[in-house]
Structure formats: C-alpha cells, structure tokens
Design a protein around this ligand. Sequence first.
Ligand code: NDP
Length: 288
Amino acid sequence: GPEAVSVIGLGAMGSALAAALLDRGHPTTVWNRTAHKARPLVERGARAAATPGDAIAASPLVIACVLDHAALHAAVDPYAGTMAGTALVDLTSGSPGQARETAAWAAGHGIDHLDGAIMTTPPGVGRPDMMFLYSGPRAVFDAHRPALAALGDPRYLSADPATASLYDSALLGLMWSALTGWLHGTALVGADAVAATEFTPVAVDWLTAVAGFMTTYAPQIDAGRYPGDDATVDVQIAAIGHLIHAAEERGIDNALPGVLKSAMERARDAGHGGDSHASVIEVLKGAK
Ligand code: NDP
C-alpha cells in the first residue's frame, strides 16, 4: 500500500500537504508545535504525534514544512540521533546556503535528505500539474517518488541540495516581474476604462508568445551569441519609449519600465544594439 508519511509543521502549507497525502491513502502522522492545528487532519484519518520525535519514528518518510530554517532545526535537531535511515524531505522555504547546511547536517546523522520547493499555494497542493522541485540524492527522490507525487508534479533537478532553492528564488523573481508587468499594463489600459477582466485574457494569450521567445533565446544564452534576427535591442528601446510615454500621459507609475529601459540601454552601450533581447543578460550578469 501507499508509504507511511509524517508531516512536521501544520501551517497553511503543511496542513495542505498532509491532507493531500491522506486523500491518496497514505498512512499519515502529523505534528505541529501548536497542537490544535492537527485536529482537522485527525478527523480525516491522520494520527497526531505528541512530539517531532514520535512523528519521525512513525514513518520512513518525513516531510517538513515549517516557517523557516531556524524553525526546522528547532523541531528536528533534538531527534537527529534517532533519524539514521529516515528520509527527510524539507519543503520549508530557504536560501541555497541553508539547503546546503541542512544537507551537511543530515549527512552527519545518516539522514537521507532532499530539499524541495513548492511552486504553488495551499489550494494547489494535490493537483498533478503543480510543480514541486527537488534536489539532493537521486536515489532518495526515486525511492519516495510515489508519495511525493501525491503532493503535485515532482521534478528532480540535481544532486546539489542548493538547486531547488536557487530555482525557487529565480522562478519567484520571474513571477513578480511578470505579475508587476501585467499590473502595470492593467493600470495603463484601466486609465482608458478597460476592465482588468477584459485585458487579462489577451495578456494571458500573450504569455504563450513570450514563453516562445524564452525558448528561442535560451540556446542563444548558452552559446553567448544573440543574433538579432527577430527583434533588436535598438528596436525595443524605441518601443519601450511608447510605453513610458503612454503611461506618463495617464499618470501611471513608470518605475518598472524605467528599469527595463535602462537595462536595454546598457546592453546597447555595451555593443548589443543590433542583437536580440537575450543580450540584456550580459548586463544582468554584471562585471566579470
Ligand atoms: P504558516 O505561517 O501558516 O505556518 C508556519 C508553520 O511553522 C506553523 O506550523 C508553525 O507552527 C511553524 N513554526 C514556526 N516557528 C516554529 C518553531 N520555532 N518551531 C516549530 N514550528 C514552528 O506558513 P505556511 O504554512 O504558509 O508556510 C510554511 C513554509 O512553506 C514556509 O517556509 C513558506 O515559505 C513555504 N511555502 C508556503 C507557500 C504558501 O503559499 N503558503 C508556498 C510555497 C512555500 P505554529 O502553528 O505552532 O505556529
């Protein structure tokens, strides 16, 4: 039958993880610092552990999702000596350095550690299209893949434990840039009385084209050559001028397009005016 799993941390996210495991029939043990948060899960069939140590002892796979790195260590450090051979999948958000630190701590205690990043919010947990990113030993991922698949779409990235956190930060940066670009555009058309619900379906379709540009540009970046045969930096500097002008006329904040224009101008000044937009990465990479 489905693998027994323990979940440490029953905040909004940990509770969603435990619920998804219960939905897929995994015998699930839960622990939370504030005990009453286990109650709704116990009503759905979970077993409540009195201590993190009891939760760790109950299952070969322990999934932790607490506030931060310090909270993880506060919960599990006292039981490290009992955890040899246990798989610890840490879905707590943290920095790449913290993931490496936890991996070294785990290795020192014979714990099979994977670091993970959850690329959704609690309502998305359990959906097969929501990505969960993992890094650490491949064998640990493979051994527990069926249980991890109860949470979402498990994606193994690399043996370096830092990689999942690094992708998490990079992908959130993409999300904030895209969302803020969409909000800026929505404010711009909104100034001419276009509703957000009218503009957004067009914006969503546009993202498909933008994803295509990313796919075209990725090999250019790996090759360090940016043929401007689709649209040049020079052409796009002119185009962003129209955005800035239209926003200015409507009293819309122009800080975001200002940052984007400045990056393109620095790429142009570095000799990339005739190259594709991917050449802006040479500016972002900074001084060598
Ligand atoms: P919540 O604030 O809802 O839950 C925080 C959890 O951490 C609670 O279980 C809390 O216990 C526990 N905790 C805090 N400090 C300690 C401590 N010192 N010792 C033991 N337990 C502690 O946050 P979320 O559930 O939303 O987030 C949890 C993690 O998941 C975070 O790292 C977050 O970045 C990550 N995440 C969240 C997403 C989301 O959409 N919510 C998306 C992707 C990642 P108590 O109940 O006792 O306070």
